[in-house]
Design a protein around this ligand. Structure first.
Ligand SMILES: Cc1cc2nc3c(=O)[nH]c(=O)nc-3n(C[C@H](O)[C@H](O)[C@H](O)COP(=O)(O)O)c2cc1C
Ligand SMILES: [Fe+2]
Ligand SMILES: [Fe+2]
Length: 393
C-alpha cells in the first residue's frame, strides 16, 4: 500500500506519516508523531519534487513516486538541508540520476557536508528566481533562519500554493491532509513554534510579512497538515511572534524534600488570588513541549530550586538553560527556593537565564522549610508580579 493524495490537479502529497516517532532532534517529544511532507508537481513539460523525507521513510517516498508512475524527475527542490527533509535524497538520486537538485547556496553546502549530494551536481536557487515546468512555474523565496540559515520557500503562482518547509508546520501525524480540526492543529503548531521557531522571532515576523505580499490560497508545510485557510496559521504566528505578553507566569520548580514545593504552591495561590494565570511545572515530571509552549507569551518566568552540591538543582539549571535558548518574550523573572548552609544557587539560575532582557524581582530563598517571613516575601513577590502585569499594554 502507498498513500498519495492530490491537492490540486497535478499537485500531489507524496510524503510519509511517522505515526510512531516519539522524539525529534534527541530533544523534542513528539506525543502525536509527525509527518515528512513531500510534494510532486507535474507541469506540461517538467516534473519537480519538493523535499525528500527522513531517511527512515525513503522507501515510502519511492513507493509513492512509483504509484504515480513517475519515470523522470527533472528537479528535486531541497528547501532545507536538515536530514528529516533531505535524508531520502540519496535514494532519489539513485532512482532518478538526471534530476537536478535545487537549494539555496547554504543548503547545497550543507547537503555536501552531510554526504547527501555532490556539490557540483547542485543548482543554486536565488531569491526570486523562477524555474518553468511548462504550464506551471516555481519561484524560490529566500527565508533564512526559520530555523536554519539555508531555508527557502517555494511558490507555485499558477495554483497559489506556497510550500514553507519547517515554517508554519506542526509535529502531528494525522490522516487529515488539511488542517480541518483547527483546535488540534493550533495546539500542536503552538508547541512546534515554541520549540523550533521562537528563538527566531524577528525572522518569523519578517517572513510572515513577505507571505502577506503573495496571493496564497494554500500553505503546504513539510510537517503536519496543509492549510487551505492560510489566515488560520498566519494569524497565530503573528500573535505568537508579536511583542505582546499575557498575564501569565510560568513557574518551573524542583524540590527534593518538599520545602521548595511548599513555596511553589504558596506562590501559585498568591498569584491566582491576585488574578494572575499560572502554568506550574514539576521539573521531575513534565513535558518539555508543554513547558516550551507555555513560554510563548507568558510575561513572567519563575524558577524554583533547592540548593544541592553548592548550587542549583541540575533540573532547574536545565529548564532555565532551555528557556534561555528558546528566547521567549517574557519580561520578568524571579527565583524561589531553599537551602541548608549555602551555595551559588541564585548566581547559577541568574546566569542560566541571562541575555533575555528580563527584569528580576527579588528572589525568595528559605532556610529549610519556609517560615512566616518567607511566605510574606512570597506574597510580596506575587504582588510585584501582579502589579507589573496590570501595567502590561
Ligand atoms: C544531596 C543534597 C545536597 C545538598 N547540598 C547542599 C548545598 O550544597 N548547600 C546547601 O545550602 N544546602 C544543601 N542541601 C540542603 C538543601 O538545600 C536543603 O535541605 C533544602 O531545604 C532542600 O529543599 P527542598 O526540600 O525543596 O529539596 C543539600 C541537600 C541534599 C539532599
Ligand atoms: Fe528543520
Ligand atoms: Fe523539519
Amino acid at each position: 500500500m502507498t498513500l498519495v493524495r492530490e491537492i490540486k490537479s497535478g499537485v500531489f502529497w507524496v510524503g510519509a506519516i511517522d505515526w510512531d516517532r516519539r522524539l525529534f532532534d534527541a530533544l523534542i517529544p513528539l506525543p502525536s508523531g509527525t509527518s515528512y511532507n513531500s510534494y510532486l508537481i507535474r507541469g506540461s513539460e517538467k516534473t519537480a519534487l519538493i523535499d525528500a523525507v527522513d531517511e527512515t521513510k525513503a522507501d515510502v517516498l519511492m513507493d509513492n513516486l512509483r504509484t504515480l508512475n513517475v519515470k523522470d524527475l527533472d528537479y528535486i527542490i531541497v528547501q532545507h538541508a536538515e536530514q528529516d527533509h533531505s535524508g531520502g535524497l540519496k535514494r532519489l538520486l539513485k532512482e532518478y540520476p538526471s534530476a537536478k537538485v535545487i537549494g539555496s547556496a547554504r543548503c547545497l553546502d550543507l547537503l555536501a557536508s552531510f554526504g547527501l549530494a555532490e556539490k557540483d551536481s547542485l543548482l543554486e536557487a536565488k531569491d526570486g528566481e523562477k524555474i518553468s515546468l511548462g504550464n506551471r512555474s516555481l519561484q524560490f523565496i529566500s527565508a533564512p533562519w526559520v530555523h536554519w540559515p539555508d531555508t527557502i520557500f517555494t511558490y507555485l503562482p499558477e495554483e497559489h500554493i506556497l510550500f514553507t518547509c519547517d515554517f508554519l508546520g506542526s509535529h502531528l501525524a494525522t490522516s487529515s491532509l488539511f488542517a480541518s480540526d483547527e483546535a488540534a492543529v493550533s495546539s500542536s503548531a503552538r508547541v512546534y513554534y515554541a520549540e523550533i521557531m521562537m528563538p527566531f522571532r524577528s525572522s518569523v515576523a519578517r517572513h510572515i510579512e513577505r507571505i502577506e505580499g503573495l496571493a496564497v490560497e494554500i500553505i503546504a508545510p513539510s510537517h503536519g497538515p496543509i492549510y487551505d485557510r492560510p489566515a488560520f496559521i498566519l494569524d497565530l504566528y503573528r500573535d505568537w511572534s508579536s511583542d505582546k505578553v499575557k498575564n501569565q507566569v510560568v513557574l518551573a520548580y524542583v524540590s527534593m524534600h518538599g520545602s521548595t514545593r511548599i513555596m511553589a504552591d504558596y506562590l501559585v495561590d498568591a498569584l491566582v488570588s491576585r488574578g494572575v494565570e499560572v502554568r506550574r511545572f514539576d521539573l521531575t515530571n513534565y513535558d518539555l513541549g508543554e513547558f516550551a509552549g507555555a513560554l510563548v507569551d507568558a510575561a513572567t518566568v519563575v524558577i524554583g530550586t533547592p540548593t544541592i552540591l553548592a548550587g542549583a538543582h541540575p533540573l532547574a539549571i536545565y529548564a532555565a538553560t532551555l528557556a534561555r535558548a528558546l528566547r521567549p518574550k517574557a519580561r520578568y523573572a524571579s527565583i524561589i527556593g531553599s537551602f541548608g548552609w549555602g551555595g551559588k544557587m541564585l548566581e547559577q539560575i541568574t546566569e542560566a537565564l541571562s541575555g533575555l532582557n528580563l527584569q528580576f524581582f527579588d528572589p525568595v530563598v528559605a532556610r529549610g522549610l519556609p517560615k512566616e517571613a518567607d511566605l510574606l516575601a512570597l506574597d510580596r513577590l506575587a504582588e510585584e508580579i501582579a502589579a507589573s502585569h496590570r501595567k502590561l499594554d
